[in-house]
Design a binder for this molecule. Structure first.
Ligand code: AMP
Ligand code: MG
Length: 527
């Protein structure tokens, strides 16, 4: 492993508090094992055959203080492919556990993620740099520590798309091809195949998950649990004041509030995470771990892109708010011993419901262009959801079309683009026309100029989302050696609420060929 000359990434300053302030594993091999009495294990990225920079997000580079000339240097791809290190990096893999699909799964940990270090930028913001797919760690269990190009493209693009949509998310600095093959059985059907490998550099103020706390509670290690809680509050929630007990109470409450707001945003933009296990829940309320996620095309609260969850559909779109609360309850149980009684934890979980409800109502009002939410609007909105679902209307196109609806003479004809099936459109047309008349009447009560309503709607209803088939097209092109569609898609997703003339194709509904195609409507956890 090279240590890069200090000239490269010269703008970066590291302080690496996680490893400086929390206990680490004394062993430094990648032998799979249960790691006790430690929050992390020292580990180096495993070098790859031919690191090649495929894409980077210039906004994230700017955030970190990385100059364009550094990005263009061969040293950059070497560092972010795992072949070289900045002298101040102290790479590690974190120990965490998690509830997976409703069951306690024991120790999981960073099996293929390796944090390189924590940087502090000129504005004093902390940004942790983490490689995903960088090789074996003590938490890799029986897997290979690697990631395939297709899932890395999906994580890279979606992290940035979510950020630009205004959804709290971890970010992505860059995507590096490894020049190595990775063997995957994409559908777990006994047909493994070699696929190109890649490494994404994820960026977040913190990668601490609910599962980082759960693992110590499960081992009844209250000493380490308490240390991690106090570290997290000091490093990631420095604004919290009061005595230590009050700070912990406020902290858990804030985790509940942030999670509620994050999920309300998911519901607003039609994002389905796909694997809401507690090891995939960020303590900062950021969307984290982009695996078999998906975007709603035709509105269907029961839809999940994750084939691994096809039977139970635990993580379906409409269930996400409930699952987030369940996950918070698991975190609350893990923290129980640190509180004098369960009451403050229960109160915070109630706060989740209140903040979610509040956010969801404000968001729904804005999506429909209403000045503010009224109790009576519930029926009108419920009927719209029913129609969107029964008539299989495209969620994203529906809200944008509704913003343009003339209130004097609303017409279902103006929603033509939303439909996937003519028969369902015809069957629902009368009901839809009736609903539009009611809707127009309700909006007229607000007595606002049409432009004001339209602007409010278009600020929360994106025109462009990272539709599953769009990401798949970029993946197919990359497999043919053409990276341009990745750059183009990243650029489209920079301004998801703008019209972007000439780029209408990226706002089009899912084409028929993509309805059942792998990667477009169905994804497995194999990545
Ligand atoms: P996920 O469902 O992707 O959140 O992963 C669950 C756990 O499996 C985490 O501990 C991951 O680090 C680990 N994991 C997933 N894929 C791999 C892989 N290819 N190599 C090593 N560990 C992995
Ligand atoms: Mg994960």
């Amino acid at each position: 492993m090279d240590r890069a000359p200090p000239g490269v990434l010269r703008g970066l300053r590291f302080d690496n508090r996680f490893v400086a302030e929390l206990p680490g594993d004394p062993l430094d091999t990648v032998q799979p094992r249960q790691v006790r009495n430690a929050c992390w294990s020292r580990v180096l990225p495993t070098p790859v055959a031919a690191p090649r920079l495929i894409a980077h997000a210039r906004e994230v580079a700017t955030l970190l203080g990385i100059a364009e000339v550094d990005i263009a240097s061969p040293e950059f791809a070497k560092i972010f492919g795992g072949n070289s290190l900045h002298p101040d990096m102290q790479p590690y893999a974190a120990c965490y556990g998690g509830h997976q699909f409703g069951n306690w799964a024991g120790q999981l940990g960073d099996g293929r993620a390796i944090t390189l270090g924590e940087t502090v930028n000129a504005a004093g913001e902390r940004w942790e740099l983490q490689l995903k797919g960088a090789g074996l760690t003590p938490y890799s269990r029986s897997a290979d520590g690697r990631a395939v190009l297709r899932s890395s493209i999906r994580e890279f693009l979606c992290s940035e798309a979510m950020h630009h949509l205004g959804v709290p998310s971890t970010r992505a600095l860059c995507l590096v091809g490894t020049g190595e093959a990775v063997l995957r059985d994409m559908f777990y059907d006994g047909n493994p195949a070699d696929e190109p490998g890649a490494v994404v550099c994820r960026v977040s103020p913190s990668f601490i998950r609910f599962g980082n706390f759960e693992i110590f509670a499960s081992r009844e290690d209250n000493t380490l649990l308490e240390r991690l809680v106090d570290f997290t509050i000091a490093r990631d929630f420095p604004h919290l004041a009061g005595d230590p007990a009050e700070r912990r109470r406020r902290w858990f409450e804030e985790v509940c509030e942030r999670t509620a707001r994050m999920v309300a945003h998911w519901m607003r933009v039609g994002f389905v995470h796909g694997v809401m296990n507690t090891d995939n829940m960020s303590i900062l309320g950021l969307t984290i771990d982009y695996g078999p996620y998906g975007w709603i095309d035709n509105f269907d609260p029961d839809w999940t892109p994750n084939t691994t969850d096809a039977g139970q559909r635990r993580y379906r779109f409409g269930q996400q708010p409930h699952i987030a609360q369940w996950n918070l309850a698991r975190l609350g149980s893990a923290l129980l011993d640190l509180f004098p009684s369960p009451a403050p934890l229960e109160a915070a979980l109630e706060r989740y419901v209140a903040v979610y409800t509040e956010s969801q109502q404000a968001m729904t009002a804005a999506k429909f262009g209403l000045k503010s939410w009224r109790e009576q609007d519930e029926a009108l909105v419920a009927q719209a959801m029913r129609l969107m679902r029964e008539a299989e209307m495209d969620m994203t196109i529906f809200y944008r079309a509704l913003a343009d609806m003339p209130l004097g003479h609303p017409s279902a004809d103006l929603l033509q683009e939303c439909f996937y099936r003519e028969d369902l459109r015809d069957r629902n047309e009368t009901a839809l026309t009736g609903w539009l008349a009611q809707y127009a009447a309700r909006v007229r009560e607000d007595q606002e100029p049409a432009a004001v309503r339209r602007e409010r709607m278009n600020a929360v209803n994106p025109k462009f989302v990272l539709r599953n088939y769009l990401a798949q097209q970029a993946i197919d092109a990359a497999h043919q050696g053409d990276d341009a569609p990745i750059h183009e898609l990243l650029d489209v997703m920079r301004r998801p609420y703008d019209e972007q003339p000439g780029r209408e194709r990226y706002a089009a509904k899912r084409p028929e060929w993509a309805r059942k195609k792998a990667g477009c409507s169905m994804l497995s956890c194999s990545s």
